[in-house]
Structures are given as C-alpha cells and as structure tokens.
Ligand binder design. Structure first.
Ligand SMILES: Cc1ncc(COP(=O)(O)O)c(C=O)c1O
Length: 370
C-alpha cells in the first residue's frame, strides 16, 4: 500500500492473514475433537470479515437480542441465543433468529419455555470454579447471577431442556487448568450431563495461542463428548481473533513532565476500554529502544494512558504507532466519550492491500444521542 492511500488515523486494521491462522487452528480442533465452534459476538462482531470466518466456524453465540439477530443475518450457520435475562418483549424475536436458546435461570426457562417450543432449549450451569483473576469478570464470583448452581434443582426441569452452557474459563491459556476444571464439572454435574444431548463449554479457552497443546485439548474434548454422549460446543471470542488487528494511531503532541509523554489521536477509554477496566497496558512496539515514552489518549480523563513503551527514537507529532492485539472487546465497546473521533475500520487483505470498510463521522456521533 502506498503511503498516500493510507486511511486517516485512528483506525482499527484487521489483518485477514493473521485471522486465518486462528481460523485454521479452530478448524483443526473441530475436525479432531468433533466439537463445534461458535463465534462469541460479544468479543468481536465486525461482520465485514465474517465471509472468511464462516468458512472455518459453525456459527455464532450471543448475549442479547441484537447479537442473536446479527449472528443470524450476518454470519449464518448455527445460531445460539443466550441472555442473562430475556424481557417479555424480546423473547419471540430472539427465538425467531435462534437454533438454540439458553436460559440463565430455571425461572427464565419456566417463564419462556412455551415461547421456545420450536427450537432446542438449554440452561446455563455455574460450576462455581473459574480461571478468572478479576473479580469483575469472574463468573464464579460470590453470589454470581450467571447460571444455576444446584444440580438437584435442575434435575426436575430436564424434560424441558436438551443441553447446557457452562462458561467458566477466562483468558485461560493453561490446558492443565482447563482439564482440572472440566473434571470438577463432571464431578458436580455428571448426572445432568448424562441426560443432555449437547454441552457448550463457553469461551475463554486460549487454545489458538502459541504452544497450546492442541492434540491434548482435542483428546480431552472428545473424551468428554463420548463419556456423556453429547455434542460439544466451544464459544471462542478472543481465541478466534487474537493478534489479528491493530489500532493505528498518530502522535499529535508531546510533553516532558518528568517523563516523556506523547498524546495520540485515540483514547483508551473510548477505543480500548477493556485495558482501562482491567488495569492493563496496551502493547506497542517490541519493547526495545533507548527512549521510554508514556503513550496517552486524547480524552479528558487524566488516566487515559495506553502505557509506557520503548522506542528507538524520541517521538514527535506525526509519528505513526500501532497498538497491537486490538480486535477483541474493542470495536464492540467503542464509544463517543468526549466526542473523540471514532476509529474507522479497515481490512488488510491477504495480498497486502488495505480496504476501508467503515468510517464514522459527526452524523454518527449526533445520532447516537438525541
Ligand atoms: C457465555 C460466554 N461465552 C463466550 C465468551 C467469550 O469469551 P472469550 O472472548 O474470553 O473467549 C464469554 C465471555 O465473557 C461468555 O460469557
């Protein structure tokens, strides 16, 4: 791509060749383990690359009426509908898009099973163990509302459901931990699993990461599936898109304040919100170079900081930076805080050409309010 054709920053840049690497690992797991893979739209819903993704995945799973609709209309394939709580006015429309609906509680199942007669129904189970290190994101946190805990209460409603969803892995790159937690699930819910036709093991398993023992993972999934006679589903979000996009930004200004600071034309709060929520640094550069610079966003939030990074030279206005690993929980969470220009979305095709697929302007900002 020639410099003159580069989209104006800020923009998210999705790299299809990198996305394909994750897709090939997912396809391998489907093939070897028999599990089906559904993209978790809560993590990534940029439908311009669904043409590539649907060749390697079975469909989508969702967390709201809007997501289940997007999954049905933009991705296709098998479409799972889940919500922490469906409203009366949502349920019929949600059912109209879904192949399966998963209720979060027995209460919701009892309320809406009649509306979902025509499709498969399931229930979310909460095994009380997770791999989360953040209370905020821990499905097994004390008093968690995410799913039913007590097998004795679930047994009597088995006539109304055919399967379960259990999401208890969070950013889990440790196969041993996945294996041990699955064993706990088998011990706790074995009687229920024997009566089920399908079980979704949720997302949060980082099996597309470098060095993950894919063969052992597939063997474990297969063993689980055969032990209970169930179709296994996985709901990868981050694992599907990890390392496949960057956020492209430009330095607008610099300041020395005891440290070297550089302000860029983006905002962590508006464009990479999860990093702020979970108090994590972004990834910029390769960690080498003699010049340490704090990269800051342009919103008014004092703590709008991407982190401190090393560069081979001092930064100056006009310098271009790439924030790495910017696909998951970014585009789905971007917001108009401060009215900061919302990053466009561009795709790098496998031949290296860059295609701008979405720009946002004042009209989008204005129409997001009234
Ligand atoms: C029910 C469910 N499925 C799938 C996912 C996707 O998780 P991840 O993006 O970590 O793979 C989540 C994330 O919160 C979830 O709650």
């Amino acid at each position: 791509m020639s410099k003159a054709l580069e989209p104006r920053t800020p923009y998210y840049l999705i790299d299809k060749a990198r996305l394909l690497r994750n897709m090939e690992k997912i396809a391998f797991v489907r093939e070897k383990s028999g599990a089906r893979a559904l993209l978790a739209l809560k993590c990534f819903a940029t439908w311009s690359v669904f043409d590539l993704m649907r060749e390697h995945m079975d469909g989508t799973t969702s967390s709201s009426l809007n997501e289940v609709r997007l999954g049905r209309q933009r991705f296709g394939g098998e479409t799972h509908a889940y919500s922490v709580a469906w409203a009366d006015h949502e349920i019929d429309e949600a059912v109209s898009y879904a192949d399966k609906i998963i209720f979060n509680t027995i209460g919701q199942l009892e309320r809406f099973a009649g509306n979902a007669q025509g499709i498969a129904r399931g229930l979310r189970l909460n095994p009380g163990v997770s791999s989360s290190t953040f209370d905020l994101a821990d499905p097994a946190r004390p008093f968690s509302r995410l799913g039913e805990w007590d097998a004795a209460q679930v047994l009597p409603v088995m006539d109304r459901i055919s399967g379960f969803m259990i999401h208890n892995n969070c950013e889990n790159a440790d196969f041993g931990l996945f294996d041990r937690m699955l064993t706990r699930i088998e011990e706790k819910f074995g009687e229920l699993l024997k009566r089920a036709e399908w079980v979704s093991l949720g997302g949060g398993i980082h099996f597309t990461g470098e060095g993950y023992p894919l063969e052992a993972f597939c063997a474990r999934l297969k063993r689980f599936s055969e032990s209970y006679g169930v179709q296994v589903y996985l709901e990868p979000g981050e694992a599907a898109i990890t390392q496949s996009a960057t956020l492209e930004v430009t330095v607008l200004d610099t300041l020395y304040n005891g440290k070297h600071l550089a302000m860029v034309d983006s905002s962590i709060e508006a464009h990479m919100l999860d990093l702020l929520i979970y108090r994590q640094d972004a990834q910029i550069g390769d960690g080498t170079g003699d010049h340490e610079v704090m990269i800051c966003g342009k919103s008014c939030l004092a703590g709008d900081v991407f982190g401190e990074f090393r560069f081979p030279h001092p930064l100056k206005p006009g310098d271009r930076l790439s924030v790495l690993n910017a696909a998951g929980y970014t585009m789905v969470k971007k917001n108009w805080f401060n009215g900061v220009a919302m990053p466009s979305i561009a795709i790098r095709e496998p031949d290296g050409s860059i295609r701008l697929v979405r720009e946002f302007g004042y009209a989008d900002y204005e129409s997001s309010l009234s």
